[in-house]
Design a protein around this ligand. Structure first.
Ligand SMILES: [Zn+2]
Length: 283
């Protein structure tokens, strides 16, 4: 009996592996594949549960509507296979989502945002957003969002680059060498890490490719509740990155817990090769 079960599992696995390349390159195939996975016994209305549902068609054509909607004859509710899932309200095509899920599940360490951006051809902020949603549904993302007063700041892996003294500069010049180019703080070549600390609560941090309003916004939307008041320094990207939050305030004085978190983040073993790996811990 156990042999039969393992044979069955092997058959299902190999079917998925056969399907995936086709599904990842064609939107209609992706939608139909996901519909078959979500509703193996046939589709039922998501709102009232009726099985009297039908696929909506294009006018004067047997082809399905471009947005692949279904309609319930009983309650008239319209929905798609994305409704009520992590894909709902996302303009990203289903075949890209499935490709991203495949990449996340296939690698031992998952997939980094930069790699996802290149492979499925989406913007870096979109890749970050997709990874947050995928980790959320795979249960690898702690589900409680930071709330209340949340301080946000950025630091760099390995700490801020060392300032080169005048003596050091002269010594290097005498040897015909250039002083290190990496600047201190913002603009450095080191990997930036964003840190968000809830007052008296938890910490979330993440390595990102560079400090831009779009990247910071993607990070914040993934880990900080919109009801939060966000406190940052006066860097000009924060007003845009914190749009939609209950409040945004600037300060020149980071709290003790934020400063401690920044030190930990900059000396942690987070690898710059997988910049989207989140690390969270209780404060
Ligand atoms: Zn219905």
């Amino acid at each position: 009996m156990s042999a039969n079960v393992s044979l069955d599992v092997a058959r299902i696995k190999s079917q998925v592996v056969t399907d995936l390349p086709r599904v990842c390159s064609d939107e209609t195939a992706a939608i139909e594949w996901f519909e078959a996975k979500r509703w193996p016994d046939g589709c039922a209305c998501i709102d009232c549960g009726s099985v009297d549902v039908y696929q909506m068609r294009q006018a004067k054509s047997p082809a399905r509507q471009k947005n692949f909607r279904w309609r319930c004859r009983d309650c008239k509710y319209q929905f798609t296979v994305k409704t009520g899932t992590i894909f709902e309200d996302s303009p990203v095509k289903m075949h890209k989502w499935i490709h991203a899920l495949w990449l996340s599940a296939a690698g031992k360490k998952g997939v980094a945002a930069l790699e996802l951006q290149r492979t499925i051809q989406v913007s870096y902020p979109t890749a970050l957003f997709m990874l947050h949603r995928i980790r959320f549904c795979m249960g690898t993302e702690p589900q409680a969002m930071l709330s209340g007063v949340v301080e946000v700041d950025e630091t760099y892996l390995g700490g801020k680059p060392r300032r080169v003294s005048r003596q050091e500069r002269e010594r290097l010049a005498a040897e015909g060498q250039e002083p290190p180019k990496s600047k201190r703080g913002r603009g450095t070549l080191k990997t930036p890490i964003v840190v968000a600390v809830q007052r008296d609560g938890s910490i979330k941090r993440e390595a990102i490719a560079n400090i831009t309003a779009a990247n910071l916004k993607s990070f914040l939307r993934g880990v900080v509740s919109l009801s939060a008041e966000v406190v940052t320094d006066e860097l000009n990207v924060y007003p845009k990155a914190t749009e939609g939050y209950a409040g945004h305030r600037t300060t020149n004085h980071a709290s003790t817990s934020l400063r401690a978190s920044m030190r930990t983040a900059s000396t942690s073993t987070a690898t710059p090769r997988s910049p989207a790996t989140p690390c969270s811990s209780a404060a």
